[in-house]
Design a protein. Sequence first.
Lengths: 465, 56
Amino acid sequence: MSAFGTIADLAPRLRAGDVSPVALMEETLARIASIDPGLHSYICLASDPLGAARAAEAALRRGDDVGPLHGIPIAIKDNYLTADMPTTAGTTAPGVTFPMRVSAAAARLRTAGAILIGKTRTHEYAWGTVTPPVCNPWDRGRIPGGSSGGSAAAVAAGLCVAATGSDTGGSIRIPASFCGIVGLKATFGRVSRAGIVPHSWSLDHAGPMTRSVADAAILLGVLAGRDPADPATLDAPLDDYLAATADASVSGLRVAVVRNHFFGRNQPDVEAAVERAIGWFAAGGAVVRDVTLPNLAYGLGAIFAVELASSSAYHDQALRDGRTRHFTPDVRLLVEMGRLVSGADMVKAEQFRRVLMRDYARLFEEADIVIGPTEPITAPRFADGTVRVGADGAEESVLAATWRLTYPYNLTGLPAISLPCGFDRDGLPIGLQIVARPLAETTVLRAAAAYEAAHDWKDRHPPDA
Amino acid sequence: MSDVLTVMGIDLPEAEGAALLAAYRDIAAEIAKLRMLDLSDEHPAVVFDPLGETPR
């Protein structure tokens, strides 16, 4: 069987007995043993994933088909609490411990039949886009992105069938783009964050990281829904997400391209690949038009205020008792900086979010989706503190560049997906970002599935994996 | 500048405090842009719910 099988392919074969859960798990564990010592995507494995696979196989033989993920090995980001595996949230600071209880998302996956194979590394407290020591499977001298870098690397390298991520400023979509996989952040409140270590309550999203758009739809169908344990979850009807990906077409789709902010400061190969993707939508019968959203110029200040202040509030006790001194220097600095954000700035940022949400609401009166690059760059090298962007090669810090095109959709809470749309001259993946109005995940998935089906990007895999 | 940190209750060695303020300079510049907007009539995205913790 292929090391790069998808849920959509494997699930029916598992149920039909064509694929054994035990054989699938044995192959996955063998790949982890062989490949992960060079990638470092996992921080720990479950104590007995093979035993869980045997139980899944026995259940199938009895005719007990427990759900759409029966026997599928899925990895969990290490900021999701689990009862049977420790959680570190990427920190090694002494005195920091997390409860051994299951997060809502992990519980839903297990109820759907998934086998939680292990925990994947995150940048410390989901702050940052490097995720050391995880390497990018496409080039081990490059970062996988973050903060869900371990999940992205594991999915791209065939070390699980799918994984979970969390996204506060882009942490699902950034590594998805850098590692050439699909990452979906649904509408804020669609997926419960209960039991996920908080980063910034009003910006945090949980979601799937997969090898195909259909798999993202399947996992969203499992993860989405109201949860009283997360006060931000929405009591809104759910859709048939997988159905939206079948026989998808873009004919008649109204596509907006936000020309300011998202274009002009990208690496040339990225800009060219995304323009080709836009051309594909137009050629397929979509109605494409360029728009501008001038208020995006104020977005960086707003997300800095909300994210830094919220993170410092979460870590306030650790700041006061000195535990933050043991955080890695980049994260410690960010957590300390949040204390400098004034209350007025924080509230003004929340006022600004309404303005930006209204701008997008107006845009979506005349458009079904917005498309553009997920990232202005492909994966930087570990040693790169800065990257060059735009036709003039302007220098920008890696941290600033990596979240520049993703954070607007955390401020607005809009559903956004990243999927591969090509490779640069060094063979590194490029991500396309598709966004829609609130709760229109089916629109995002339909457009993404149509684009994916017309290209072979998802069938390309890292050379050494 | 260390007085600023002291007033805000941030207790750091002098060199670390200086580094913190230096690192915050770029962020402050972005927040300064936000301050230029007149949002007086805009309700923040956060809505307080007095019934939120009250059993119904």
